[in-house]
Design a protein around this ligand. Structure first.
Ligand SMILES: C[S@@+](CC[C@H](N)C(=O)[O-])C[C@H]1O[C@@H](n2cnc3c(N)ncnc32)[C@H](O)[C@@H]1O
Length: 271
C-alpha cells in the first residue's frame, strides 16, 4: 500500500492509540485529517507506508515517536486575547475579588498550546492587579504537545500572531528582536517570570496540588468524549480553591456533564 492510502483498519488503530494516550476522540470522518498529519511523520522518517509507520512505532521503546505522533495529531490553534470576554471577566470580577488578598495567587492554563493564552492572562494581571510586583503570583501553563511548548518557551511571535494585541500593550510587554531574517516580538522577562511551562497529559497523573484561583481549559475538552470530560471536570473541581473559577471555551458547555459548578456566565463556572 502506498503512503497516500490509509485503510479503515489503519485509521482504527491510530484512532485507538490517540484515544488511549491523549483522550482525543477522532470522530469518523477525520480520516483525511489524520492521514495528512501522519504523512508528515512518514516523510520525516522516510517511510513508504502507514504499515511501516505502525511497525516503527511498535519498535520505538524510547517513546519519542509517540511524542512526535501526538505533536502532529493535536490541534493547537490559539491566539492572543482569544475569546476576550474571559479576560474582561478576569479584569472585572476575579481581580476585584483578589485585589485585597495577600496570599499567593495561583493560575493554571491547561492546554496552553504555544503560550498565547497564559501570556494574555499574565498581561491582564500586570495591567489590572494593583501592586503586582509585591505579590506572589504563578501561572502554570501545560500541554501534551512538546512542539507547542518549545515554541511557548521562546516567547517569540510573528507580526501576524501579535495582531490582536492592542499596540499600547504590545509596546509595554514585548520587545522586537531579529532572528535570522525574521522580525519577531518577544515577551518581556517580567511577564515570562511568572509563567512555568510544563508538559502534562491531562489523562495522566497531575503532580501539582493546587489550590488554584483560576483554571482555564479552553478549546481542549471539545476533543474529548463525554466520559473523559466528566472525569476532567471533577478533577478540576478538586484542584480549585472554594470560590475559584473554571473557564472553558465558549463553544464548550458543562451543562450536560452533570457537575457541581455554579454557572456564572457563558463558559465561566465557579466552585
Ligand atoms: C486548540 S488548542 C487550545 C489552546 C488554548 N487553550 C486556546 O483556547 O486558545 C488545544 C490544546 O490542547 C492540547 N491537548 C490536547 N489533548 C491534551 C491532553 N490529553 N493533555 C494536555 N493537553 C492536551 C493540544 O496539544 C492543544 O495545544
Amino acid at each position: 500500500m502506498k503512503s497516500s492510502e490509509l485503510s479503515s483498519e489503519q485509521f482504527e488503530i491510530f484512532k485507538r492509540m490517540i484515544y488511549d494516550m491523549a483522550g482525543i476522540h477522532m470522530y469518523d470522518g477525520k480520516e483525511v485529517l489524520v492521514k495528512a498529519r501522519l504523512a508528515k511523520r512518514l516523510r520525516a522518517l522516510n517511510l513508504d507506508s502507514f504499515d511501516e509507520y505502525l511497525e516503527y512505532l511498535g519498535q520505538d521503546s524510547s517513546g519519542d515517536e509517540i511524542t512526535q505522533m501526538i505533536n502532529v495529531l493535536t490541534t493547537n490553534k490559539t491566539n492572543f486575547f482569544r475569546e476576550n470576554k474571559h479576560f474582561e471577566f478576569i479584569r472585572d470580577r476575579l481581580l476585584r475579588e483578589l485585589q485585597s488578598e495577600r496570599r499567593p495567587l495561583r493560575f493554571w492554563s491547561a492546554g496552553c498550546s504555544s503560550g498565547e493564552e497564559p501570556f494574555t492572562l499574565a498581561i491582564t494581571l500586570f495591567e489590572h492587579l494593583p501592586e503586582i510586583h509585591n505579590r506572589d503570583i504563578k501561572i502554570l501553563a501545560t500541554d501534551i504537545s512538546t512542539k507547542v511548548l518549545d515554541k511557548a518557551r521562546t516567547g517569540r511571535y510573528t507580526r501576524e500572531s501579535v495582531n490582536d494585541i492592542p499596540s499600547a500593550l504590545l509596546n509595554k510587554y514585548f520587545s522586537r528582536t531579529r532572528v535570522g531574517d525574521k522580525d519577531l516580538y518577544e515577551v518581556k522577562e517580567m511577564i515570562r517570570r511568572v509563567i512555568k511551562f510544563a508538559r502534562l497529559n491531562l489523562m495522566g497523573p497531575w503532580p501539582m496540588k493546587g489550590p488554584f484561583d483560576l483554571i482555564m481549559c479552553r478549546n481542549v475538552m471539545i476533543y474529548f468524549d463525554r466520559d473523559v470530560q466528566k472525569t476532567l471536570v471533577m478533577r478540576y473541581w478538586d484542584l480549585l480553591r472554594p470560590g475559584g473559577y473554571l473557564l472553558v471555551g465558549h463553544s464548550e458547555s458543562l451543562m450536560f456533564v452533570g457537575q457541581k459548578f455554579r454557572y456564572i456566565e457563558p463558559a465561566v463556572y465557579q466552585k
